[in-house]
Design a protein around this ligand. Structure first.
Ligand SMILES: [Zn+2]
Length: 297
């Protein structure tokens, strides 16, 4: 009798835990959905470089007479916002000839399929990330057990070109150099390109990401054996670039919100984005956090 009561209580308790877990997952997903679709006003950063992303995840448009280049697609829900931002600036999505990506995660690659369909652009992905992007995030182990909840999946775009580290991409006068700064993903790509401003050539660097994910282990790297060396090389590689315009795949990485407010009050609206000190400080902070994680591991 007593064991029957105990068993019933156990079932009730299990049911309660399952309900709470389901509720937490639903709320978490709703929060992500809200974050994905908050529009941010598009604006000119400098010269032919424009901000067309959302408040959380960035997207950059580089315009030129022979067509435009778009870096990153945001979440699946962000793609229509990016298309709207490009139109608001007076450009045509169909003039985007090349689509680029920082890395194969759903918050930066999720909108690529929709953007590719709207533009007809060629999609270039680094060799290290191309398989995961082409599979719409399937098989990506970055998200640990969360991948079984469908986290990390997105509509697969068509990958037109796979490129190695150091590749230069040209479209008319636009030139971009791919610095593969692996670690966050094996093919994480930081894009460097010159932008003209007031008779000066500024070097823009869009940092992919230097964040180790919670499920990553350096001691037991599993499916990504070179992860530690990749992170270390990425810090060195990015430090060696003389970046003037500091950009990144998330607005919070380079203080986008504060800088965009500062530009409206500044005599030169480009000035807040010229931030070589902030660029180096970001790498230093990421490096310190990485070393802490390696020690704790
Ligand atoms: Zn990521």
């Amino acid at each position: 009798m007593w064991s029957l009561v105990k068993r019933r209580w156990r079932i009730v308790l299990l049911g309660l835990v399952a309900t709470l877990l389901a509720l937490a997952i639903t709320q978490w997903r709703a929060a992500i959905a809200r974050n994905r679709s908050i529009p941010d006003a598009s604006f000119q950063i400098a010269g032919n470089l424009y901000y067309v992303g959302s408040t959380g995840v960035t997207a950059f448009l580089l315009t030129g007479p022979e067509g435009h280049v778009l870096i990153d697609g945001g979440y699946p829900e962000t793609a229509p916002l990016i298309i709207g931002s490009i139109a608001t600036l007076g450009f045509d999505i169909r003039d985007v000839k090349i689509l680029l990506n920082s890395h194969a995660h759903f918050d930066h690659a999720g909108g690529l399929r929709a953007l590719q369909e709207a533009s007809g652009a060629e999609l270039w992905i680094s060799e290290g990330d191309a398989d995961v992007v082409a599979a719409g995030g399937k098989g990506d182990r970055s998200f640990g057990p969360l991948r079984f909840l469908g986290i990390g999946r997105f509509d697969a775009p068509r990958v037109d070109r796979r490129f190695p580290d150091g590749t230069t991409i040209r479209l008319g006068p636009i030139t971009l150099t791919a610095h593969v700064t692996g670690g966050h993903t094996p093919g994480c790509t930081s894009w460097a390109f010159p932008v003209q401003h007031g008779g000066r050539e500024l070097l823009a660097v869009n940092i992919c990401s230097l964040t180790p994910l919670p499920f990553m282990s350096f001691k037991d790297p599993g499916s990504y054996p070179g992860i530690r060396g990749d992170f270390e090389r990425s810090f060195r590689r990015l430090r060696a670039l003389d970046a003037d315009l500091f950009l990144a795949s998330h607005g919070s990485f380079f203080d986008l919100h504060r800088k965009r407010l500062a530009r409206t009050a500044a005599a030169d609206p480009v000035a807040p984005f010229i931030d070589p000190t902030g660029y180096q400080a970001f790498i230093d902070r990421a490096d310190a956090r990485f070393r802490e994680k390696v020690e704790r591991d």
